[in-house]
Each structure stands twice: as structure tokens, then as C-alpha cells.
Design a protein. Structure first.
Lengths: 170, 170, 170, 170
């Protein structure tokens, strides 16, 4: 119960090897810091991050959009089908104490917005393209999307912000 | 059943009079074109748009985050409490055949992402600040946020895109 | 904003003509009393109730499980696709100030439970089979499923209970 | 990925010691059979079942209605706040390959309906009161609520039905 949860969001169809390596390293650092990795459970960035976490002996949770556990990638320990389609994005970010953004398209954009709406710290990894590069360092009506320059910095910043955050103010 | 639904998203705490006037005009044009206005049902941009639609004799629907109809603004005809908190944003955009963005903060950002994820046409009104100005004209992994320069152009573009859109491809 | 909303729940595949006639009459009485009819928007009991309401000049709202408005029956004025699959049942009952149960299977059973959980008055029409007959008159941990013997009694009781109910206690 | 998940549903305010002992034993047998226990994460039956699973070295998942992990009982390993209030019941049952019912009130009633609607096997433990005794052995429009007479029988039956079930037919 006292463990920190970190949600990783990013594109399910990401194919850029550098970006996938960054996602894998983010997953690895999350596990090495004994935090639980949460993600959308599918492919691309989510799969790479989960693989990294499992390689480092961590725990991975996948919050799935459909009704079947079968859509989870093979690195997910706990797979939760929600049947909520894209509305599951709200749960994905709510289940994390902080959110790390790597690349990403429309679904990722929604997760950044939902995370900020729920008062979660958001860290975007620069240089990963998509939503992460579009929003890193930006402030949206008082809510900051923090920028990190590499996987280790992203995880350290996410953990620091998670511990300093209180999310009882909905 | 054959009427078009247009969702208007934007900040619930918007106080800029120019932006609220734009929202009201957007609501008015939606009603004049016999489309049904959908919004999150609360204050700020949502209330201004709903007021505009009612002045023009239109129909307004509010998809509320909480459990009580009482949180709807006074210009909502059909108020639907969802009890889903920010996850209701997914329904708000799914209920529209197109989405118009006016200003807005984190919640609005999530609605743009969810709308694109569901394949909905999105039109942002330039000059209204917030998320609308941040994203107007941008393309996110192949999904365009169309820019409009005034309320009339926004509504005409939204209706044109709505009629050309097919959303059976989830 | 001051109108009462009544949700009608029951089987989407109901084929018993007597039960469908009862559903149609319930819809008619709801409309005659100037209440707004809410339902799941699909076939069977939902379609019959919506048809009855439209014949009497009422307003009908359909809260749909899928992502497309096309799944609504032809008697729905305001069709809201939710993309939540069976989780939309929670919204369906939350959108009503009272819930009337006619026949019904598993989905209807869930709606009775969700309605009681949200503190909504529930009225089951006896003699319509399924969940309605199973639960009419029963009390579940202090929450009563009221029994009615005909459409008129069901609507009058639902309206009376709706007006006496306060649902601000979640 | 190959482990079976079993959801346990029942009243969050259950105080009957016999019923709580049954819930604890159900949790214990689930863990002994290497299945993952899913529940709503709160008190009463959920807490007793999670405690039983932890005593036997199992893994427990709590799908919470609110926005904070703090509402989880102390025996939950993976706590997922959903922010969906009672709509989270749909996820709670969807995350299990079978559902065991112990006592329970309105929320539990909704979970039985949602489980059947999603095609999940449902087993009710007789003699635990509430929804379990109301529905054990009943068939609702072709969907059976199986009856078990003790914790061991409930878990064995749930596992057998889970393995024989295919849930790709939504």
C-alpha cells in the first residue's frame, strides 16, 4: 500500500527504436525504484515500458480499453479489462501517483489532460516526438507539464513530484 | 435522429468577456443551423454556449461529471449526471458529431485528445486562448485540429466536417 | 431544469406483446405527466416505452452502450453514445429521478442494483416477468423495490417517490 | 497472463462474523489455487476476502470507486482508483474470469447483473444472506447464478466455470 505507482503513457503504435528504448529504460528505472508501473497495457510505448520493468524485476499493471485480458502485452502482470474504450484513459492516469509521457498521439494527449485535471504531476520526456515534445515545458491554465531529458531524470522527477503531491482535492 | 450534434468544449471558469461572447455566438450559430448543442453542462464557456443556443431557440444537452442534475447551468435542457468525474469527458465528445474548442484548460485538453481518438472532427477557435490557441492548426499523429477564426466559421466548418465523417471505425 | 426524469429499464429483446404494451403505456403516462423519459435507447422494452412517450408528445433520451448514435431506436430524441458498454447502465439510472422496471434480464438486474446504490426510487411492474417479477416488493439491505400492478400506478408511484427523494447523499 | 482472476463481491458493511469468515476462507482458497483475487477494495466482505488471500500468500487487486488509493483496505496489493463511483462495479466483475457472491446489498446486486451481462460465471455462497441467498440457484433470462454451499465448493466451482468459459462474445 505504501508503494508509489507511476503511469507511463505513449503511443501504442510507436515504432521508433530510440523512443522504444527510452520507454524500456523508463520502465526499468521505475522498477529499480520499487515503484509499480501502470500503463494502458497494449503495444508500442506501453509494451516497451512494461518489458523494461519486468527485466528489472518490477510489477506491471495494464488498464485495458476492451473487455478481454487477451489484449494485454506479454509483460503485464495484472491486466484489468475495463470495457470503457477510450474512457479507460481516465483510470490509467488516476491509478498513477505521477504520469510520464513518451511520444504519443491523441490518446496520449487525452491522458495528459486527464492527469492534469486530476491534479497528477506530469513529466514529458523531450526528444520522443508526438505529444511529449508538443507539451514538454508548457503550462496549461496553471498546470505544468514538466520536461525531462532522459529516462532517469524523468523517473526521478516523477517520483519526487509524486511524493510531494496530495491528490485529495478533487 | 437525423439532427447533427455539436459538442462545445472550453473552460468552466472562463471569465474573459470576449471569449464568453465567442462561446455564446458559437452556441447561437449551432442552434440556427438546427444542430443540437452538447457540452459538459457546467459554467464558463459551457454556460455561455448553452445560453447562446437557447436564445436562438435551440436544444442543449449537458453531460455532467457528478451525480446530481443540480450542477447543470440554467441553459441546459437535458442534463445527464454521469457520476464518472473527469471520465465523463469521453462521453461529452462521443455525443457530438464534431467538437468545437474555445479556450480551455486541462479538461479541455483531454476532450481534444478523446475526440481525436474517437475519430471526431475538431475545430479550435483561434484567439480564445488556452488549449484552443495551443492546438489550433496542429496535427497530432495524423489527426488535425482545424483552426477557425470566428464563431460562424467554426460552426460551418464543424457541420461540414461532421457530415463528411464516418465514426464506425473504432 | 425543473422537469422530472424517469428511467425505464427492461429487456432489449423482449417479445411478449403484453409486456411491450405495458412498456408503451408506461412511456405514454410519463409523457402525459410532462416527465422526460430516459432509457438505454435500444430495442424491446426501451423501444416500446420510447414509442409510447413520443405518441403522447413527450421527450425521450437514450443512453447508448456503444460509440454510435445509429444503435438508438427510432423513438429517441436525444441519443447519447457512451462507449462504456454495460457500464453505461450506471448513467442510465443516474439520469432518472426514479426508475421503472419492466421484465428484464441481467442488464436490468444491474440497473436495479445501481439505482438502489445511488439512492433512486425503484418501481417494478408486476406481471411483466424477468427481473421485475423476481424483485417486485423485495427489500435488499434496507432498499425497497416498490411493486406496481399496472402502468399508470407505476408512473404515479415513480413520480411521487421522485419528488420525495433527495439524491444529494452519495 | 495465464493466471485465473476471481472476483469476490459482497457487502462493504457486512458485520456478521460467520459471513466474514466465509469470505476470508473464499479468499484463502482462491490464493491457494494460485488465482488472483479481485474485489472492490473496500471493507466488509471485500476486506475479509483480501485478508484471507494474503494470509495464504496470494495476490489481491482492489478496483476502487473513488479517486484515492487511500480508500483501499490494508490487504490490497494493487489498488486502482477509478473515479467512476458505482460504475466501477462493471470493471470489478469484468476483471474476473468468474465472480463469487457473498451476502451483499444493492452494489452486489448490480455486480451480479453486470457479471451475467458480460457472460461471466457467477457463484453465490448459500447461507450468507443478502443478494447471495436471494439469487443462488436462480436463472435470469437464461443466465444461471450457481449455488455453492461452502467456501471450498464456491472456489472450485468458480475456477471450473472460469476455465470452461469463453468471454469473447460481447
Amino acid at each position: 500500500m505504501l508503494r508509489v505507482y507511476v503511469t507511463v503513457v505513449g503511443g501504442s503504435v510507436e515504432r521508433n527504436e530510440n523512443v522504444l528504448k527510452i520507454a524500456e529504460d523508463v520502465g526499468m528505472y521505475i522498477a529499480e525504484r520499487d515503484a509499480i508501473l501502470v500503463c494502458g497495457g497494449k503495444g508500442g510505448v506501453m509494451e516497451a515500458a512494461a518489458r523494461g520493468a519486468k527485466k528489472a524485476g518490477g510489477i506491471t499493471v495494464g488498464i485495458l480499453p476492451g473487455v478481454s485480458r487477451d489484449e494485454a502485452n506479454p509483460y503485464i502482470d495484472i491486466a484489468i479489462p475495463t470495457g470503457l474504450l477510450h474512457a479507460r484513459n481516465a483510470i490509467n492516469v488516476l491509478a498513477g501517483d505521477a504520469v510520464i509521457v513518451i511520444g504519443g498521439g491523441p490518446g496520449t494527449l487525452s491522458e495528459v489532460g486527464l492527469a492534469l485535471a486530476y491534479g497528477k504531476p506530469v513529466v514529458a520526456v523531450k526528444g520522443t516526438g508526438g505529444v511529449a515534445d508538443l507539451l514538454a515545458g508548457k503550462t496549461i491554465r496553471g498546470s505544468r507539464i514538466h520536461a525531462a531529458h532522459n529516462p532517469k531524470e524523468a523517473v526521478e522527477l516523477a517520483l519526487k513530484l509524486a511524493l510531494g503531491n496530495r491528490f485529495d482535492d478533487f
